[in-house]
Design a protein around this ligand. Structure first.
Ligand SMILES: NC(=O)c1ccc[n+]([C@@H]2O[C@H](COP(=O)([O-])OP(=O)(O)OC[C@H]3O[C@@H](n4cnc5c(N)ncnc54)[C@H](OP(=O)(O)O)[C@@H]3O)[C@@H](O)[C@H]2O)c1
Length: 296
C-alpha cells in the first residue's frame, strides 16, 4: 500500500515516517519536493505515485506570523488542502487531513465535540477552518482529524522552547489561563494510521488525554526534565495571565477537544499527556547525552 505524506520534515510527518506499519510503502515529500499550493504539481504527483492514501501533514503553522501574512496562510491551509482533496477524489485516494483546535473560539466551558460550531479567533484558525470546508467539499470521503498543542522530540514546539529558556534563564513565565491538551506527535501518527487502516471517514478529534494550562505543561516539563536528565538544573515556572503576554494572534482560552466518539470509532484511546511527555524528554535527554559524548 502506497501512502503519500505531505509536509515531510514537520513534526507529524516525521512521526508518520518513524511509525509506518509493515507493508506500507511510504513516500514523504517535503515542501521542496511537493509544494501543495501548486495544483499541477499535486496532480502530477498523485498520478505518478497512485497512492491509496494521502496524509496532508503540510500546513502554514506560524500562528502569530499568519496575522500579518494572511494570503500565505490561506494559500497553504485552504488552497493547498483543496488541491490535494481534489486530486485525491479524482484518483480514488483516501485523504487524511489534519486540522486544529484553533477553529474554536474557546468560550465553551466543556470539551468541544466534532459537531460543535467552529468560530476561529485568529487568521491561522480561519485559514484551517477554510481548509477543512474545502476538503469536505472536494473529497466527501476524507477524514479530518482536529488536534492541538502538538510536540515531538524534534521540531519547533513548546517543549523545546521551554527547555531552552529553562536552561538559559533558570526561570520562565507562562500563561496559566489558557487550557487545552498537550499532544504527542507519535500518538497523533498512530491515530492517522488507524484512520487509514479502518478507512474511517468524517470529522475526528484527537489529543492526548487530560487537560492542562500552558503553565501546568511547563511545570511538568521542568519536573520531568529533571527526572529524565533533559535538564541539568532545576527551573522555576511563574504563572502569568494572557494579558501579561500579548501576542499578535488571539488564542482560545479553552480548547479541550472531546475525543469520545473518535476513541470509540477507532478503538484507540490517547494516553494521559504526562506519559508521552516523559518518553519524549527521555529521548531528548538521550540525544543530549549522545551529542555530548560525540563532541567530547
Ligand atoms: N503544532 C501544533 O501545535 C498543532 C496544533 C493543532 C493542529 N496542528 C496541525 O497539525 C498538522 C501538523 O502540524 P505539525 O506540528 O507537524 O506542523 P509543522 O511541524 O509546522 O510541519 C508542517 C510542515 O508543512 C510544511 N509546509 C508548509 N508549507 C507547505 C507547502 N506549501 N507545501 C508543502 N509543505 C509545506 C512545512 O515546511 P517548512 O517548515 O519548510 O515551512 C513543515 O515541514 C498541521 O495541519 C497543523 O495545522 C498542529
Amino acid at each position: 500500500m502506497t501512502v503519500l505524506v505531505t509536509g515531510a520534515g514537520g513534526q507529524l510527518a516525521n512521526e508518520l515516517v518513524r511509525t509506518a506499519p509493515k507493508g506500507v510503502d511510504l513516500v514523504a515529500l517535503s515542501e521542496r519536493e511537493l509544494d501543495i499550493t501548486d495544483p499541477d504539481a499535486v496532480e502530477r504527483t498523485v498520478l505518478r505515485l497512485r497512492p491509496e492514501a494521502i496524509v496532508n501533514a503540510a500546513a502554514y503553522t506560524a500562528v502569530d506570523k499568519a496575522e500579518s501574512d494572511v494570503d500565505a496562510a490561506f494559500l497553504v491551509n485552504r488552497d493547498g488542502a483543496r488541491s490535494l482533496a481534489e486530486s485525491a477524489h479524482r484518483h480514488g485516494a483516501w485523504l487524511v487531513h489534519i486540522s486544529t483546535d484553533f477553529v474554536f473560539d474557546g468560550t465553551s466551558g466543556t470539551p468541544y465535540l466534532p459537531e460543535s460550531m467552529p468560530h476561529p479567533v485568529s487568521v491561522y484558525g480561519a485559514s484551517k477552518l477554510a481548509g477543512d470546508m474545502a476538503v469536505r467539499h472536494a473529497c466527501p470521503s476524507a477524514a479530518i482529524i482536529r488536534t492541538a498543542w502538538v510536540y515531538a522530540s524534534e521540531g519547533k514546539n513548546f517543549v523545546h522552547t521551554m527547555l531552552r529558556l529553562m536552561r538559559e534563564r533558570g526561570s520562565v513565565r507562562v500563561v496559566a489561563d489558557q487550557v487545552g491538551s498537550p499532544t504527542n506527535a507519535r500518538g497523533l501518527a498512530a491515530c492517522c494510521w488507524r484512520v487509514i487502516e479502518r478507512k474511517a471517514t468524517g470529522l475526528f478529534h484527537w489529543t492526548d488525554a487530560g487537560v492542562a494550562s500552558w503553565y501546568d505543561f511547563a511545570m511538568a516539563i521542568a519536573e520531568l526534565g529533571m527526572a529524565t536528565g533533559a535538564l541539568s538544573r532545576p527551573a522555576t515556572v511563574e504563572p502569568i495571565r494572557t494579558a501579561d503576554y500579548p501576542t499578535p494572534a488571539r488564542r482560545p482560552a479553552y480548547s479541550v477537544l472531546d475525543k469520545t466518539s473518535t476513541w470509540q470509532v477507532l478503538g484507540l484511546a490517547g494516553e494521559h499527556w504526562r506519559e508521552p511527555l516523559r518518553r519524549t524528554l527521555e529521548e531528548i535527554a538521550k540525544d543530549l547525552c549522545h551529542g555530548e559524548c560525540v563532541h567530547g
